[in-house]
Design a protein around this ligand. Structure first.
Ligand SMILES: NC(=O)c1ccc[n+]([C@@H]2O[C@H](COP(=O)([O-])OP(=O)(O)OC[C@H]3O[C@@H](n4cnc5c(N)ncnc54)[C@H](OP(=O)(O)O)[C@@H]3O)[C@@H](O)[C@H]2O)c1
Length: 228
């Protein structure tokens, strides 16, 4: 399916996989809505997107701000693809993990993703269908020592995707959970990127390929791992 002229919303576009995904969709000919919460980092995304083209909009928004998210998505005239990418991660031994850390992670990775997904689904139902791609992790299907709240949040996102897919696939909305292993980003803090991990640029191309699959096919889950 060609993405030329399709409207694609990418959350967490200020850096990492989200920025690379916004760039890859812009290259594919889509109209990109790049959403992020921090002005300075979003300016860097603007600079990198401008090198590719001009068919994009920058949106400053925190996915935890339900009313702003709802107002923004409700006002869109079109939405063909959502890449629900914004996420946070923390690493520490389970017995030293404060309850607030679990709450903070769930608030972004589950509640924020839920609101963006629900509002996008409402818009897609109004405008004739679409494709929701949730960026989970291999932590959605296995445990990771030292990252229990993060793995719990990604298991929850997978469960959301599986359930919502059963409701919406008959109504023209496809859902995909993308479950990559480690990526060379700074999600655990500046300088934490693992050089043996996968490149955000290559994974972003994979996300674009998922959106290009013909509309009669739904890829429900995709696990991507780095080769040894
Ligand atoms: N890195 C990995 O090894 C890995 C592996 C598997 C899956 N993933 C998943 O891939 C996705 C992208 O991660 P990444 O590695 O690219 O991490 P990253 O470089 O830290 O990027 C995360 C993005 O999410 C945004 N974000 C965080 N909280 C937000 C909020 N409340 N509202 C709006 N945006 C928010 C960040 O914005 P700010 O700049 O404002 O913080 C940033 O743009 C996440 O869902 C992550 O769980 C990552």
């Amino acid at each position: 399916m060609s993405l030329e002229g399709k409207t694609v919303l990418v959350t967490g576009a200020s850096r990492g996989l989200g920025r690379a995904t916004a760039e890859a969709f812009l290259l594919s000919g889509a109209h990109v809505l790049a959403l992020g919460r921090e002005l300075t980092a979003m300016n860097e995304t603007r600079i990198s997107l401008t090198k590719i083209g001009s068919n994009f909009e920058m949106v400053i928004m925190d996915v935890r701000d339900e009313s702003t998210v709802t107002t923004y998505i409700t006002a869109l005239s079109d939405l063909d693809v959502l890449v629900n990418n914004a996420g946070i991660a923390r690493s520490r031994p389970f017995v030293e993990t404060p309850t607030q850390e679990l709450r903070d992670i769930l608030e972004v990775n589950v509640v924020g993703a839920f609101v963006v997904m629900r509002e996008s689904a409402r818009k897609m139902l109004e405008t004739g269908g679409g494709h929701i791609i949730n960026i989970a992790s291999d932590a959605a299907i296995r445990g990771i020592a030292g990252m229990a709240p993060y793995a719990a949040s990604k298991h929850a996102l997978l469960g959301l995707n599986r359930s919502v897919s059963q409701e919406l696939r008959q109504r023209g909305i496809r859902l995909t959970t993308f479950c990559p292993g480690p990526i060379t980003t700074d999600i655990l803090g500046v300088g934490t990127a693992n050089s043996k991990a996968m490149s955000p640029k290559e994974l972003a191309k994979t996300i674009v390929h998922l959106a290009e699959v013909p509309p009669e096919i739904e890829i429900q889950e995709l696990l991507a791992q780095p080769m040894p």
